[in-house]
Design a protein around this ligand. Structure first.
Ligand SMILES: C=C(N)C(=O)O
Length: 126
C-alpha cells in the first residue's frame, strides 16, 4: 500500500510526480531542487544557499511524513559541477550527525531541471 505525501511547505512538483511516497515504513522522496516554496522562485545566488534550500525542502517533506533527517538511510546527490562537491558537503553535512549520516552517492550530470546546480533525493525509514 502506498501513501502519497505532499505538503504546501515544500515546492509543488514541477512534473508528473509527488513530493514523496510512503510504502510501509519507508519514505521515498522525489529529488528536490532549490525552489523557495514561499515565492516559487529558484535560489540561485550561490551553491551553498542552493543546497540549503534543497535541504530545507527535503526537511519539510520528511516532517510531513512524521520523520526527520535521523530517519534517512540513503541519499542521492546530482550535481552539475563536481567542483561544488566540498561546498555542497559543508551545507549537507550540517543537517546530519556525522556518526549516523546516511549512505549516499554523488553524481555529476549533464543538466538538471530548471538548469539548477544540485538536486537531492532521500530514502528514509521510520
Ligand atoms: C525535480 C524533479 N524531482 C523532477 O523533475 O523529477
Amino acid at each position: 500500500m502506498k501513501k502519497i505525501i505532499n505538503t504546501q511547505n515544500a515546492p509543488a512538483p514541477i512534473g508528473p510526480y509527488n513530493q514523496a511516497v510512503l510504502s510501509g515504513n519507508t519514505l521515498y522522496t522525489s529529488g528536490q531542487i532549490a525552489i523557495n516554496p514561499k515565492n516559487g522562485e529558484l535560489v540561485t545566488n550561490c551553491i551553498e544557499d542552493e543546497t540549503k534550500q534543497v535541504m530545507e525542502n527535503l526537511k519539510t517533506v520528511l516532517t510531513e511524513a512524521g520523520m526527520t533527517f535521523e530517519h534517512v538511510v540513503k541519499t542521492s546527490i546530482f550535481v552539475k559541477n563536481m567542483n561544488d562537491f566540498t561546498k555542497i558537503n559543508t551545507v549537507y553535512g550540517s543537517y546530519f550527525n556525522a556518526d549516523t549520516a546516511p549512505a549516499r552517492e554523488t553524481v555529476e550530470v549533464g543538466n538538471l531541471p530548471k538548469f539548477v546546480n544540485v538536486e537531492i533525493s532521500m530514502i528514509a525509514i521510520k
